[in-house]
Design a protein around this ligand. Structure first.
Ligand code: HEM
Ligand SMILES: *[C@@H]1O[C@H](CO)[C@@H](O)[C@H](O)[C@H]1NC(C)=O
Length: 211
């Protein structure tokens, strides 16, 4: 009897813990004067994890360029972003530090193994840097807004995912480097409202930034 009661109490309290558990990220709108005033949806996952900033042109749907900035704590060996919210069957943007700059790698995975290079998405690096506490990279992606089997939703909720590892990749200068499995993964679901920018300002920034 006592055992039963204890089990019931344990069940009830774990259910409660799950329901009051905090969201695993915070979101805000971030506008950068150094990026021509471009505005981003900024996602800050809980814990020692990368920050992600997403920008898109207003009025776009289907195939259009997307901008992604990754700001990673210096202790991270690689950081990844999944445009469709899962490890498999969507474009993956993976980045890691390479000296003072960063290498960006386009990947796609059909299974939960090292994702192979994905040539249907291409990238332009807009900026990248490293200091004592962080490494960061900003890219424009052609081919990340729509893919075989999905697309980001510009007028409703989109689900994205991320991953990070504390291990360094094997060949930092190579976009086809192998790397080992993540230490953490997460997902977030948000509208892209704060990510939208006037199309002309967006394309000017993508065209003129060089990093
Ligand atoms: C060597 C490279 C990788 C290996 C071996 C690997 C392996 C795995 C495995 C075994 C799982 C399921 C168990 C778990 O949750 O830990 C998983 C889940 C996941 N992985 Fe990876 N992974 C790799 C790279 C990546 C990359 C680059 C991303 C980019 C965002 C990623 C994103 C995710 C996500 C979001 C999940 C959660 C479940 C899902 O959406 O499938 N992984 N991975
Ligand atoms: C280091 O880089 C990060 C990411 O770019 C930035 O937020 C931070 O302010 C920089 N720190 C210093 C001391 O410049």
């Amino acid at each position: 009897m006592f055992r039963c009661l204890l089990a019931a109490l344990l069940l009830a309290s774990s259910g409660l813990a799950a329901s009051i558990e905090k969201r695993q990220w915070t979101e805000s709108k971030y506008c950068n004067p150094e990026a021509g005033g471009l505005c981003y949806l900024q996602i800050v996952p809980r814990g020692t994890n990368p920050i992600f900033r997403i920008a898109i042109p207003d009025g776009a749907s289907g195939s259009f360029d997307t901008v992604l900035e990754i700001i990673a704590p210096i202790t991270l060996g690689w950081a990844g972003f999944a445009w469709g919210g899962s490890m498999t069957a969507n474009p993956l943007t993976v980045a890691w530090p390479n000296g003072q700059k960063a290498t960006v790698s386009s990947r796609w995975s059909t299974g939960r193994v090292l994702p192979p290079v994905y040539s249907s998405a291409t990238y332009k690096t807009l900026k990248s840097s490293r200091n004592a506490t962080h490494w960061s990279v900003e890219v424009a992606c052609t081919g990340c807004s729509r893919w075989s089997g999905g697309q980001i939703n510009t007028n409703g909720l989109s689900m994205f995912a991320w991953a990070m590892s504390r291990s360094q990749v094997s060949q930092p200068a190579s976009a086809s480097s192998s790397f080992s499995i993540h230490n953490s993964v997460g997902t977030f679901t948000e509208p892209l409202t704060s990510a939208k920018n006037p199309a002309s300002a967006f394309s000017t920034y993508v065209r003129t930034a060089t990093g």
